[in-house]
Design a protein around this ligand. Structure first.
Ligand SMILES: Cc1ncc(COP(=O)(O)O)c(C=O)c1O
Length: 359
């Protein structure tokens, strides 16, 4: 009898985003990292703790969860958090916790790849109810019509990757009111620091009502810690403690956790980051309009573009100019996602666009 390799593992990975470590002066605007660097408080914590890495990390994540609960004030208690080796791992933990053969998870493309791809790892089916209209709104009726006894998860992202848009609060309210009790809502808010629309809503507003909602977060984006791999989620105490039961011995390194706890206090760095992002996006809006390139107004640190050219060809042309952008066809949209960089980088992007599109 042949070895029983699992079919979903037994093929080459399609993930291309990580091949980013090229030589030379490549400006990497393909992974929505913080182009301003890392929280200085996080960096100081790493330096301070370098001498202790001969020891294992804390046995539990209690200290980290306490720091998170302090950060959120009285809204969320220590037992409402679970932590993970990055946001993607938190997504995987949720799927491991709630999906198995014969169950379904609903997501909406254009959306973050793992929401479509991960359910099948657990024998479940991912069902796409695509975003609708020019603002990529949730199809509330489509989602409600799709929910059945096998539905376990509803996956919402706000601000959404790769569109940069936020679903309307009224639509989310509508869904929260009308979905049956057995469906857990994952509300991915890893870009929340950048959102500036008054209509933006955080997951904790629903968690506070006792609803089965999981707020999903990461230190990879505004805190500038993508290389440290730290993520977390919060929910009702029942759901959070259930997910904490997923055994992952020592999932995060000592330095990652120390850095994350320090970063939570770094409001100054977040303010600077958000301000620089606002400046960058205002500049890009003006210049993209002048260049007549279709783009979508963004609530995050990236912009979705439609350069009116095959996305892969366009990305290659940008790379020839030493700028790496992300074609997002695997996210369900034939376009380009561009991370907003520092001003000097944004200016180089516009120069490259001018040369490529209007030679
Ligand atoms: C929408 C969304 N969720 C989650 C993540 C996970 O981030 P990480 O695993 O780096 O914490 C990302 C990263 O790009 C993302 O865009």
């Amino acid at each position: 009898m042949p070895i029983a390799f699992k079919p979903y593992l037994n093929k080459p990975s399609k993930y291309k985003g990580g091949k980013a470590k090229l030589q030379g002066e490549i400006i990497k605007l393909s992974s929505n990292e913080n182009m301003n660097g890392t929280s200085p408080l996080a960096l100081a914590a790493v330096k301070e703790n370098l001498q202790s890495i001969n020891e294992y990390p804390d046995r539990t994540d209690h200290n980290f969860r306490e720091a998170l609960s302090e950060y959120y004030g009285p809204t969320l208690q220590t037992d409402q958090f679970f932590t993970s080796n990055g946001g993607v791992r938190a997504i995987d933990m949720i799927m491991m916790g709630f999906l198995d053969k014969g169950t379904e998870a609903i997501f909406s493309n254009p959306g973050f790849g793992p929401y479509r791809a991960f359910p099948k790892k657990y024998g479940a089916t991912s069902i796409d109810i695509p975003l609708v209209g020019d603002n990529f709104d949730l199809d509330v009726n489509g989602i409600l019509a799709q929910i059945n006894d096998s539905t376990r998860l509803l996956l919402i992202t706000s601000p959404n990757n790769p569109t940069g848009t936020c679903p309307k609060k009224a639509d989310i309210d509508d869904l929260m009111t009308n979905i049956p009790d057995h469906v857990v809502v994952v509300y991915d808010e890893v870009y929340y620091q950048y959102a500036d629309t008054p209509d933006y809503v955080r997951a904790y507003e629903y968690v506070a009502q006792g609803l089965p909602v999981i707020g999903l977060n990461s230190f990879s984006k505004a805190y500038g810690m993508a290389g440290m791999r730290v993520g977390y989620g919060y929910s009702t105490p029942e759901i959070a403690s259930y997910l904490r039961n997923i055994p992952t011995p020592f999932p995060m390194s000592t330095l990652s956790v120390k850095a994350a706890i320090a970063a939570l206090k770094d409001d100054t760095f977040i303010e600077q980051t958000v301000k620089e992002n606002q400046r960058g996006k205002a500049y890009l809006y003006t210049e993209l309009t002048k260049l007549n390139i279709q783009y979508w107004e963004t609530q995050a640190n990236f912009i979705l573009l439609n350069p009116d050219m095959d996305a892969m060809t366009f990305a290659d042309k940008m790379l020839e100019k030493n700028i790496m952008v992300r074609p997002v066809s695997n996210f369900g949209f034939d376009g380009i996602r561009l991370t907003i960089g520092k001003m000097a980088q944004n200016e180089l992007v516009i120069k490259a666009l001018q040369e490529i599109l209007h030679p």
